[in-house]
Design a binder for this molecule. Structure first.
Ligand code: HEM
Length: 462
């Protein structure tokens, strides 16, 4: 049911159409970005639509998106919007924790994101990519999204859980992770506890993952050995009352990071490559930069930071195809923006995918143009919250630097070793998954630039 809207305020226009009970669920499920773009074209910056009896208020303008992202948790709650994550991350963890506790939990992760650790992750990721392409031979074809998924699962495993991941855990972990991913769907969004087959599999996988991790955590605690991974950081963290974190919390926080960062990174790495390979004009300077920067320095953190052309291409992929196309909040206290008021109980949405195509922010927004981020244009800096592929405000992504570094490392190893060309025409986004990647197939043909005996890791990692 629509909540009555306050007569003092300008009513928020509602999108017509939709089915009884379902509202606009079918269009939303097929292509949420077109639905929101259509609403914006028809009604302007702010409008509402119905989803299974809930009113979703969309803020697509510059000021509206900023107001939503900056709003405190007591007014607009991410926690109440992302209940579907609770059976995956666990009870009392991340979005199931009160906001102050979630802040504490995320701050425990910060030491794992310091520069000296980032340098090590860069090395691990370069080694994983080199390992992955070991069986490629001198030429062939691969699907880019599958490739990026495989590389980022192994890289995430290595950086989160450590060297053991590659040797003993990988295949069991991957199967359980797959069942957990099955628990992210529209039914789970509104009724996370509903006993569908996918949700039962999800719950079993969560229990088994804790069992799988328990001996590893016990071994680490017993040995007292320090390691360069997120698990080490969590094992050595203390809660606010000075206690060790228990196994369930450690596993839950690792799952939070894995879910937040793995598929999103795979998708952004894929878009980065597809868009770049489509544009030889931009690929050539990226290759030149590889030679200039990495040939002399190796793949150090400092060198990776100098890959600014590649970085602009990642940014442009983030702008054109943000992996998270919508960000949602539940309204806990009436939310006011300009003349509009959204009553408590409804939802608000900000869409990076739609905001990033706003011509008031980005010139000729449908054109692939990484140079829009270069001095003097810097289109992302002229407006607050112009680029929101990693969110903004209080809930801005903590893994942005990690994700950018990971994608830089992956593409640096690949581009130094192979030349690529597209096999398939690049297709549009595939909205069947929560993190939106390109529709498959998205195959590329590769051929080796260097002798197959000279490994990329040896050439690149200092
Ligand atoms: C391309 C890769 C990534 C993308 C596009 C991405 C995107 C986002 C976005 C849009 C948000 C805000 C969600 C909201 O406001 O509703 C977010 C939050 C978050 N991300 Fe990422 N992310 C990526 C990688 C990572 C990585 C690698 C990690 C961990 C190492 C990570 C950890 C988190 C966490 C913990 C949050 C919640 C922050 C909070 O609510 O305070 N993300 N991410």
């Amino acid at each position: 049911m629509n909540s009555p809207r306050n007569s003092f305020t300008a009513p928020i226009p509602s999108l017509k159409g939709g089915l009884p009970l379902f509202g606009h669920a079918l269009e939303f499920w097929r292509d949420p970005v077109s639905l929101i773009q259509h609403g914006r074209d028809r009604h302007g910056d702010v409008f509402a639509f119905q989803l299974f009896g809930r009113t979703m208020n969309v803020f697509t303008g510059i000021g509206g998106a900023t107001a939503v992202l900056k709003s405190p948790d007591t007014v607009l709650s991410a926690r109440d919007a992302y209940r579907f994550t609770v059976p995956i991350f666990g009870r009392g963890i991340a979005y199931d924790a009160p906001p102050e506790l979630m802040d504490q939990q995320l701050s425990m992760i910060h030491p794992a994101l310091r520069d000296e650790r980032m340098q090590r992750y860069g090395e691990f990721i370069a080694a994983e990519v080199a390992d992955h392409v070991e069986i490629w031979g001198d030429s062939g074809e691969v699907d880019l999204l599958e490739t990026m998924n495989e590389i980022t699962i192994r890289s995430a495993g290595r950086c989160l859980i450590g060297a053991n991941f590659g040797t003993s855990l990988a295949s069991r972990f991957a199967a359980l992770y797959h069942d957990l991913q099955g628990g992210i769907n529209m039914v789970a969004f509104f009724a996370p506890g509903f006993p569908t087959l996918a949700n039962r599999r999800r719950d079993r996988a969560r229990r088994e993952l804790v069992e799988l991790m328990a001996p590893l955590i016990a071994q680490r605690r017993a040995s007292g050995r320090r390691c360069d991974d997120f698990l080490d950081t969590l094992i050595t963290s203390r809660s606010a009352d000075g206690m060790d974190l228990n196994d369930d919390t450690i596993t839950g926080l690792l799952l939070t990071l894995l879910f937040a960062g793995q598929h999103t990174s795979a998708v952004l790495a894929t878009w980065t490559g597809l868009l770049l390979l489509q544009s030889p004009r931009h690929l050539a300077p990226v290759l030149a930069e590889q030679t200039e920067v990495l040939a002399s320095e190796g793949m150090t953190l400092a060198a990776l930071k100098q890959l600014i052309r590649l970085e602009r291409c990642i940014k442009e992929a983030e702008r054109m195809h943000p992996p998270l196309t919508i960000l949602i909040r539940k309204v806990l206290k009436d939310f006011e923006f300009g003349a509009h008021r959204v009553p408590a109980g409804e939802y608000v949405i900000v869409s990076p995918a739609v905001s990033h195509r706003n011509p008031e922010i980005f010139a000729d927004p449908c054109r692939y143009d990484p140079d829009r981020f270069a001095v003097p244009r810097e289109e992302d800096r002229r407006t607050p919250n112009a680029l929101i592929g990693f969110g903004g405000g209080k809930h801005r992504c903590i893994g942005l630097a990690f994700a950018y570094q990971q994608i830089k490392v992956i593409w640096s190893v690949l581009l130094q070793r192979y030349s690529f060309e597209l096999v398939d025409k690049v297709q549009g986004p595939d909205y069947t998954t929560f993190d939106v990647g390109p529709r498959q197939p998205c195959r590329v043909r590769y051929s080796c630039r260097v002798s197959s005996r000279q490994t990329a890791s040896a050439a690149l990692v200092s």
